[in-house]
Design a protein around this ligand. Structure first.
Ligand SMILES: Cc1cc2nc3c(=O)[nH]c(=O)nc-3n(C[C@H](O)[C@H](O)[C@H](O)COP(=O)(O)O)c2cc1C
Length: 175
């Protein structure tokens, strides 16, 4: 199985979590890392090139820092310009492939509960991506989420990055 990890971080040099995750998976067999902000500094996405990349992989993982309860802007743009035609709602090019999400949040786990200050769960907040997965006929992987990033020690992050390698390379869709 070939896996494409699309990393969308507006400021990867300043990143702690997403950079560590990216470094952890970079030497894995059959894993391609594709950074949107680095590839498109002008933010003009080449849809045909992106579609070629999608076709060449079986599992697509969207990796990003959670921003305003959503994806960074360039990843939303990617959805809008890449998932069209044969790769869109009437197409079948993505049917049967797997879609995963890996995201990090400042808010601690308990804040992403009905009783927490963010009020909604990550399962609820990630529904737009899950709904996109569904309409494209893809299989949605259980998301990989790291909460409360400011309280994560270096040791915990190293352990979490090892878990991330397993997530990216695992055989099944569910944990
Ligand atoms: C513009 C912006 C919006 C953010 N929105 C959220 C948010 O809605 N919820 C949250 O928990 N953290 C939010 N954060 C915090 C980021 O998720 C956090 O800094 C990031 O996951 C850390 O990952 P990194 O070390 O790879 O940068 C936001 C950060 C920025 C810069």
């Amino acid at each position: 199985m070939k896996t494409l990890v699309i990393v969308t971080h507006p400021n990867i040099e300043q990143s702690r979590i997403n950079k560590t995750w990216m470094e952890a998976i970079q030497n894995q067999d059959n894993v391609t890392i594709h950074q949107l902000y680095a590839t498109y500094p002008d933010q003009k996405i080449d849809a045909a090139k992106e579609q070629e990349l999608l076709s060449a992989h079986d599992r697509i993982i969207l990796q990003f820092p959670f921003q305003w309860y959503s994806t960074p802007a360039l990843l939303k743009e990617w959805f809008d310009v890449v998932l069209l035609g044969d790769f869109g709602i009437r197409g079948d090019k993505l049917r049967g492939k797997q879609l995963g999400v890996a995201t990090s949040t400042f808010g601690p786990a308990e804040s992403y509960q009905p009783t927490g200050y963010n009020r909604y769960t990550m399962e609820e907040l990630l529904k737009p991506i899950e709904a996109t997965n569904n309409i494209l006929g893809m299989s949605f992987m259980t998301p990989f989420i790291l909460h409360g990033v400011s309280n994560v020690t270096d040791e915990q992050l190293a352990q979490n990055a090892a878990e991330y390698v397993k997530y990216v390379t695992k055989k099944s869709v569910t944990v």
